[in-house]
Design a protein. Structure first.
Length: 406
């Protein structure tokens, strides 16, 4: 079965056509600069086998980007048997991947407000696909699904229950597709059944980042919460913050919640701390390469790592006997200095990193732990598109239950 996976960003549309269940990529690429014109031309970068190319196409929205991608595939005689979509937030209605049709489209529409930057374009894309290809099965795979069974002690906020129940306020957790995938890959790598794996997964991206506590192959906690704003220091998101600060910002901005939301989501994090870049790699380069305001950059790097290390310690305590500490995504996979700094001082938890292995971690998955480490430290390349295709294939073939209310 050929499954076409779409990963919808605010101004981009990534796609991969995969042969399932083998997981072999047939074609893939990305529509870039979707929406209003920018200084860079809108284009679709694509690959098929060993051939890579790019074509400039005007794309005013994701529907036009979808049409252009399908035209490219059909021109190469590559038609999918099903389409799978990444949805950031499933809310309380979707606790697992779901085949989307007219009966549950309304429930899916209700999740727009929960992830206003990501869910609306993805839902619009599902609608457009249904209009153009009404006979093509569509599956939505939710970042929140892996965390759906999180225990009440981890998911509940201590607000009045009448409010949390009425407004659906709870910790949902995010990056679940990635956390679940790297847990599966780690279990294979260390030769342990997934249902017996206990681990702490560190998804450290160049944009968003989160940690996940995993017990017996299931998520029991995630650093993100009701929204992706909670938790670690991210590229432009503040992460954990005292709610009184938010109220103070609202007062200073005369109740303008949109302005405050932009500050918390787009102006904070690594960018806010450093003042020069939202990419922690730039901060480390300046902090320890002697470029720019070194003292400020070193302080930013220390705050970033402190939050990661603090949560690793907390999640090791939550997990108990831990098989593996996992690093993944852009920063987790490619920046040895971050991995070293995050693991420093955790020896009393049984976490001991081998510096030579850490700096030599090129072919992934890779074990970078010391021979004396009680906890395996594993670097795993995440592959969200493959994970989404796996979930979609399982749902279509009746091997996985569909989404249910939580």
């Amino acid at each position: 079965m050929k499954i076409l996976v779409f990963n919808c960003g605010s101004s981009s549309l990534k796609y991969r056509l995969l042969d399932m269940p083998a997981g072999r990529e047939i074609s893939g690429g990305e529509a870039r600069h979707v929406g209003p014109p920018t200084t860079e031309p809108a284009e679709i970068a694509y690959r098929s086998g060993t051939v890579e190319s790019a074509v400039r196409v005007k794309m005013k929205d994701h529907a036009e980007a979808f049409g252009a991608i399908m035209k490219l595939l059909e021109g190469s005689s590559l038609s999918p048997d099903a389409v799978a979509h990444r949805l950031v937030h499933g809310g309380r209605k979707f606790a697992a991947p779901a085949v989307i049709g007219t009966k549950n489209m309304g429930a899916l529409d209700a999740t727009r407000r929960l992830a206003p930057l990501h869910n609306p374009p993805a839902i619009d894309l599902i609608g457009e696909c249904g209009r153009r290809y009404p006979g093509l099965p569509q599956v939505a795979v939710f970042d929140t699904a892996f965390h759906a069974a999180m225990p009440p002690c981890a998911r509940e906020y201590t607000l009045p229950r009448r409010l949390t129940r009425a407004l659906g306020i709870r910790k949902y957790g995010f990056h679940g597709t990635s956390h679940e995938y790297v847990a599966e890959e780690t279990a294979k790598f260390i030769g342990k059944p997934l249902e017996k794996l206990s681990a702490v997964s560190c998804h450290l991206g160049s944009g968003g980042a989160s940690l996940c506590a995993i017990v017996n192959g299931r998520s029991v906690d995630n650093t993100m919460g009701f929204s992706p704003l909670q938790g670690l220091v991210m590229s432009t998101r503040c992460g954990d913050i005292d709610p009184a600060i938010v109220m103070n910002l609202l007062a200073k901005n005369t109740g303008n919640s949109a302005t405050v939301e932009r500050i918390l989501n787009s102006k904070s994090g690594v960018l806010g701390l450093s003042g020069i870049s939202s990419d922690i790699r730039d901060v480390f380069a300046g902090a320890y390469g002697g470029a720019g305001d070194v003292a400020r950059l070193q302080a930013a790097a220390q705050v970033y790592v402190w939050r990661i290390r603090k949560y690793i310690g907390a999640y090791l305590a939550a997990v108990g006997r831990t098989d593996a500490l996992i690093f993944t995504d852009t920063i987790g996979e490619s920046v040895p200095l971050v991995r070293w700094a995050a693991c420093s001082g955790l020896e009393h938890f049984g976490v001991r990193l081998d510096n030579r292995r850490n700096h030599g971690a090129k072919r992934l998955p890779c074990d970078i732990s010391s021979e004396k480490s009680a906890v395996k430290i594993i670097v795993v390349a995440t592959n969200e598109e493959l994970a989404i295709a796996r979930r979609a294939y399982a749902v279509i073939n009746g091997k996985q239950a569909q989404g249910r209310k939580i």
